[in-house]
Design a protein around this ligand. Structure first.
Ligand code: GLN
Length: 469
């Protein structure tokens, strides 16, 4: 059953007030977040004030939306008017957003209540939230392990019921990977189906905003509320809802079950696939040969776009850091040198390099061609199968500190997720169980471009299979 619908019923029947609901969530945050560190900013007073107002409205007995009064959190790279929005970076430490991102505006219209802003890797670059300039978020299942990243704070907030749902952004896996590590559902919609207006850009041709929830049905409710054409984002559009086919065929890419896959992740995935087969869903092995190149392609295109997008933080705009000398070049050096963390600087350098004269053709242009081929590879696969399944991550949640000094091994945790961003496809991580040590494992479901609603239907079906045991 959908958690949002359950709360909605309680609100209508007056079994709970919005104020009680919000206070209950704030209490959980106060109890748990000192250790977990999911939140960067809490909007306690505003949230309670709004809750009281909504309770007044409720008394009038008018029809209310499903998201009315529902407490949620947003990743701190999504602009929220009048509220500090840091992107996890020192360079924006004191930046107060002057307007709402479209997704926030749409949720406001539905009267959902924003409780706070969640921690992330600086400018969404990372897979563990260790790159945040402010704090390291912990995995709720084992405090010595990472929650995944970059939307680690949002995943933890939902996993521990500090909020009912949370928004994240996914450029190469930043919703799905932390969802898998924290045992919740994380959905990266088709590129462009959700407006990016007001999302602090990382790599604009890959970035998408999407929800974290405990149940697929709730993901659908939030997705319906935030998606759709927005005049302020030229890449946005309205999605059509299509009929699901009766007989589904699922593709398993051979490439995902090769070396480097954790034994327990493999076992749990295969166990679950057997369950699926019993439901008369056909499973077929497929080849996604170009998936091998997805990570390399991503780590050229993404930094190229990062280097362009982050050029705007020059010390003149946004919140400048203190600077001693009165010299323009020095202002740039000081602001960017002190304001950006190591990983962000690394990517700006990489991006500038692949775009520079003499290297552009060899790297950036070639990566764009490979991107096209990867898209075609998926298209071909979707002529044979309806959805593609594979583990969301090759490993279980890793220890804090384990990969932070080795960027290449950190980048490898995105090996199964980046493909969907490169091709713009909708992709969801569904929790399917736990390892022997009690660490969550996620299954990734990827569908053809714009098949978002069909994918959510299918994910809900699989979720019921898990619940049935
Ligand atoms: N972990 C990936 C990276 O570091 C993905 C980031 C993201 O999706 N924002 O780039």
């Amino acid at each position: 059953m959908s958690i949002i619908k359950e709360i909605h019923q309680k609100l209508i029947k007056r079994e709970i007030s919005v104020e009680e609901l919000v206070k209950e969530k704030i209490k959980i945050i106060k109890e748990k977040d000192e250790k977990l560190k999911a939140f960067l900013t809490l909007e306690e007073k505003k949230a309670i004030f709004l809750a009281k107002r909504l309770d007044e409205e409720l008394k009038k007995g008018e029809k209310i939306d499903l998201l009315f009064g529902i407490p949620y959190a947003a990743k701190d790279n999504i602009l929220t008017e009048g509220i500090r929005t840091t992107a996890g970076s020192k360079i924006l430490e004191n930046y107060i957003a002057p307007y709402d991102a479209t997704v926030i505006k749409r949720l406001k219209e539905k009267k959902a209540i924003l409780i706070g802003k969640t921690n992330l890797d600086e400018f969404a670059m990372g897979s563990s939230t260790e790159n945040s300039a402010f704090q390291v978020t912990k995995n709720p299942y084992d405090l010595e392990r990472v929650p995944g990243g970059s939307s680690g704070g949002s995943a933890v907030a939902v996993s521990t019921e500090m909020v009912v749902f949370a928004l994240g952004s996914d450029t190469g896996g930043s919703i799905r990977q932390p969802a898998a590590f924290c045992g919740v559902v994380g959905f990266k919609p088709s590129y462009g189906s959700v407006s990016r207006y007001g999302l602090i850009a990382m790599a604009s041709s890959l970035d998408v905003i999407g929800p974290f929830c405990k149940k697929v049905e709730d993901v659908r409710i939030v997705f319906e509320a935030i998606s759709g054409k927005d005049e302020l984002d030229a890449t946005s559009y309205n999605l059509e809802k299509k009929e699901q086919k009766k007989e589904l065929i699922i593709g398993l890419p051979k490439e995902c079950f090769l070396k480097g896959l954790d034994k327990e992740v493999e076992e749990k995935t295969k166990e679950f696939l057997k369950k699926i087969e019993k439901e008369n869903i056909k499973i077929k092995e497929i080849n996604l040969k170009l998936l091998d190149y997805a990570l390399a392609c991503y780590y050229i295109i993404m930094p190229a776009e990062v280097s362009a997008n982050l050029a705007r933080y020059d010390g003149l705009r946004y919140s400048p850091l203190e600077n001693e000398k009165n010299d323009l070049l020095d202002l740039y050096f000081q602001t960017r040198g002190r304001g950006f963390g190591k990983e962000v600087r690394r990517r700006i350098l990489l991006g500038t390099y692949v775009l520079s004269r003499g290297y552009y053709e060899a790297f950036y242009k070639k990566a764009q061609k490979v991107r096209r081929l990867i898209q075609k590879d998926y298209q071909k696969a979707f002529e044979e199968v309806d959805f593609i399944l594979n583990p969301t991550t090759p490993t279980l949640p890793f220890k804090i500190g384990e990969k932070i000094t080795d960027p290449l091994s950190m980048y490898l945790s995105d090996v199964f997720t980046v493909g969907a961003n490169i091709a713009g496809l909708p992709s969801l991580s569904l929790p399917i169980g736990f390892s022997k040590e009690g660490l969550p494992i996620g299954l990734q479901i990827t569908g053809p471009f714009c098949s978002d609603y069909l994918l959510l239907d299918f994910a809900q079906k699989l979720e019921q299979l898990i619940e049935r045991k």
